[in-house]
Design a protein around this ligand. Sequence first.
Ligand SMILES: [Zn+2]
Length: 429
Amino acid sequence: MKKMLLLSAAAALLSLSAAAQTPTFDQYFENKSLRVDFALSGNAETQSAAIQQLREEPVWSGPKHNLIDKFQYGGYYINVYDKASNQLIYSRGFNTLFEEWRTTEPAKHESQSWNNSASIPYPKQNVIVEITARDRKDMKFYPLMKTEVDPKSIFIDRGKLKENRVVAIQQNGDPTEKVDLVFVAEGYTAEEEDKFIADAHRFAEALFKTAPYDQRRQDFNVWAVAIDSEESGTDYSGKGIYKNTALNTGYYTFGVDRYLTTQDMKPIRDAVWNVPTDAIFLLINADTYGGGGMYNFYACGTAGHPKTPEVFTHEFGHSFAGLGDEYYSSEVAYSEFYNLDYEPWEPNITTLKDFGSKWKDMLDATTPVPTPATPENQELLGVYEGGGYVSKGIYRPKQSCMMNDLKAFCPVCQRAILRMIDYYCDREY
Ligand SMILES: [Zn+2]
């Protein structure tokens, strides 16, 4: 009996200390953001990070309870530690376009430096901000940079930026309990603002017609930020066409004609400085097929191509839910994008190195692993070889998926999307 009592006392103590370990928003943070702009520099072999500027911005739209990011997605993490107690009080994973560049041929011969940005809730006391990067050699995160931040420092920029026209496409509640999806105009002139707002409405409708977003429309606020460009369109550097636009986007990223991105995060973050922002979609005023999307960074696509509502949903799958590409036959600029000796972090592809961490729980006991890609198995959830840009060694959950051929999302991708919605809506995930 005594033993039992002791055990339950120990259990109570344990749960007490667990509660003390869980950071609460009001204890550590104010209801606004600290934007951390940083440079990532390096090449295929090495990289480093350095602070460029810190900014106080007026809105925090991320979750207030889900302060520690359990997904373990992405190539980088920003971690925030309370200086006094050394406790981890906020973390969030993300990708950058820079890390993709590091896997291209030029990165073997030259070094570059790119602008990046991450926002954290505004600390009340001194904190240590750390950026870690995943090493592809063992898939673990290692520190790149650590700096102490005094929230009262005079070196934090607290100025306003340009007040752009912001239109609420749909508003469903408190931004800290919703996904705040922000369309940002790119390549629209001042005269084309109304076209941009109409395009943003059209894309939002396309997203909320697609499962599983169709069941969760109420979980989203959607905003449109109409920043004006001097010229209409975007760059086609491979064709010698350059436009003076607000976000400096262009096709021919890494030399691939349909890969449409921008290297520079700063003008994007400047555009949304006063807008609740969880997920950014750059809506580009062009009609050629193309787009891009990186996890918790941004996604982009063109307004005018007939396929673009699907391309938007596909790219948003990357940037919002961390989904990997399930295709393996299209041209990409990467060489050896995935290390086949390890499980990739994306929830919808596997090397079968640790399949239990992926969708093994969703398979029927009778489904063979790997699963033959036969016509009879067209609708069967399984483990099909080919995905992540290679035909051998990476497996996908279904023969067809939005992340492969722009058809309906497979059940594995749907589950990952719902989990991310729950994270942003501050529910258990
Ligand atoms: Zn899928």
